[in-house]
Ligand binder design. Structure first.
Ligand SMILES: [Fe+2]
Length: 490
């Protein structure tokens, strides 16, 4: 394996973990609750082969899933590359074979454009399954990447790649031209109903009709609906699930193939603040009309949603609010400049009044936070407890936060070590199957990247500020992952 290039995108907490390990019966300080029987799965972009032309956009890398599996008070860490069609083709070739239209040498080279096809890549999907991993049904986790690939199923114990989901052909197209009948896409942030297991997802692209909904039952049947009257294209990264609706935010953040066609010099991502924010309020039964509400406020950005409550005619939509999406835009940097995502959001709330068709925005704090998480058993059912991580910016989050979204009260715990650290997105695990909403554990991965090792911290959600009840040692630096979730394995 070639050594990785010296690049800010591969340094510090972003240094990729380029090997597979099984660490059984990890060293634990404190006690792992014996009722915790399940896996915390995370996935992220990881560099296997150095991409052609040296392009280092995350989508040019390969997804790697990392699991911490709990059973009877013991913990096993395991990680595996996701054997995507791209990964398998490059393993067979022994080198990177994919070249992207936007294979540019700096942050403009996001590698989200079309593949420049040749005989070796003909018909092979480009997606890396490296953005999120979610539970689906009883015995499967799905690795997701939003663009370039439908969900790919993995075994939750061995992490063996089982293959693209059987319903892959029913996923709508994304930004790039599908190279094969299974070449559709599926969001990286589906929501799900814990009772029925139904997955609420979608696919989007930069041409009309922009958005197609895909609601998937655990037997693999898919209900789809094209949203014919979307006002404009937007990057539809996340959404809210309420009792009655899926709420999709059309915000001024765009990434289009037309931008890539402009060539090197213009970022592939665009911030277009003249576009009003519009919310699509979509009935969960997919039968009724879709209602559009235009926000009563200027440009801002919610990258990740926390969850939602319904009070009478009001839809209360929570999530960190950014002034502007934290990505490189042509307004902000010149060709060749390094880019590190700037800032973070603050605890925020959009409230839609369905009676009046209005939407207002509130900022409830001024402290930077990201990676909102909840007790996912209560997706679409209303909630009180949210979790976030805080810090100066996206790359230095070190504070664990539990927030009562109804009262605004918070508990916090600052993770401190002698050397620099970074917290990756935590996950919630219930104390037991029937525990009340928010009652259980928060599991927090900590990269001690300066010391080439890592920890997982387990907090009791009834006392976050008391510190972790267990600390699991890992003798390796875990790779950066944007997202992950917990799945019961009983
Ligand atoms: Fe995300």
């Amino acid at each position: 394996m070639e050594p990785i290039p010296n690049d800010i995108r591969l340094s510090g907490p972003l240094k990729p973990m380029r090997f597979e390990v099984d660490i059984e019966d990890c060293i634990v300080h404190g006690e792992i609750p014996r009722s915790l029987n399940g896996g915390f799965y995370r996935v992220g972009p990881t560099l296997k082969h150095i991409p052609r032309d040296g392009a280092l956009g995350f989508p040019a890398m390969d997804g790697m899933v990392q699991a911490m599996i709990f059973e009877n008070g013991k913990a096993t860490f395991r990680n595996r590359w996701v054997r995507t069609p791209k990964f398998l083709a490059e393993e067979k070739a022994g080198e990177a074979i994919f070249q992207f239209e936007d294979n540019w040498p700096d942050w403009r080279g996001m590698c989200i454009g079309e593949v420049v096809r040749d005989a070796r890549t003909s018909g092979i999907q480009q997606g890396n399954a490296g953005v999120n991993v979610v539970p689906f049904g009883n015995r499967e986790i799905l690795a997701l990447c939003e663009q370039g690939l439908p969900p790919i199923a993995l075994d939750p114990i061995t992490l063996e790649t089982k293959g693209l989901v059987p319903w892959a052909r029913q996923c709508g197209r994304g930004l790039v031209n599908p190279p094969c009948p299974e070449g559709g896409t599926f969001t990286a942030h589906p929501k799900w109903d814990a009772g029925t297991g139904e997955l609420y997802g979608w696919s989007f692209w930069d041409r009309e009709p922009y958005l197609t909904l895909h609601f998937v039952r655990t037997d693999g049947t898919v209900r789809s609906r094209v949203v014919e009257d979307a006002p404009h294209y937007a990057n539809l990264h996340d959404a809210w699930l309420t009792e009655d609706f899926v709420v999709m935010p059309f915000q001024p953040f765009v990434n289009t193939l037309d931008r890539i066609k402009q060539g090197y010099g213009f970022p592939v991502l665009g911030w277009e603040p003249e576009r009003p924010i519009q919310l699509a309020i979509i009935p969960r039964d997919l039968e009724g009309g879709i209602r559009w509400v235009t926000a009563d406020f200027g440009p801002e950005y919610v990258m990740h949603t926390m969850s939602a409550n319904t009070v009478g005619d009001q839809l209360i939509l929570d999530g960190p609010i950014f002034d502007k999406a934290p990505f490189p835009f042509e307004q902000d940097l010149s060709p060749g400049e390094d880019f590190v995502p700037f800032g973070a959001g603050v605890t925020g709330r959009w409230t839609v009044d369905l009676a009046y068709g209005t939407c207002k925005s509130e900022r409830l704090d001024d402290r930077p936070v990201e990676f909102p998480k909840v007790d996912e058993r209560f997706y679409g059912k209303g909630y009180e407890t949210g979790f976030m991580t805080g810090g100066n910016d996206l790359w230095s989050l070190t504070t664990v936060i539990k927030r009562n979204v109804k009262t605004g009260s918070e508990e916090r715990y600052q993770v401190e070590r002698d050397q620099p650290i970074a917290i990756f997105e935590p996950t919630f695990a219930p104390r037991h199957a029937d525990a009340p909403e928010g009652d259980g554990y928060l599991i927090v991965p900590v990269s001690r990247f300066a010391e080439n090792c890592s920890e997982y911290l387990i907090f009791d959600t009834q006392g976050i500020d008391a510190g972790p009840i267990a600390t699991i040692e890992l003798p390796v630096q875990i790779g950066w992952t944007p997202h992950g979730h917990y799945m019961e394995l009983n």
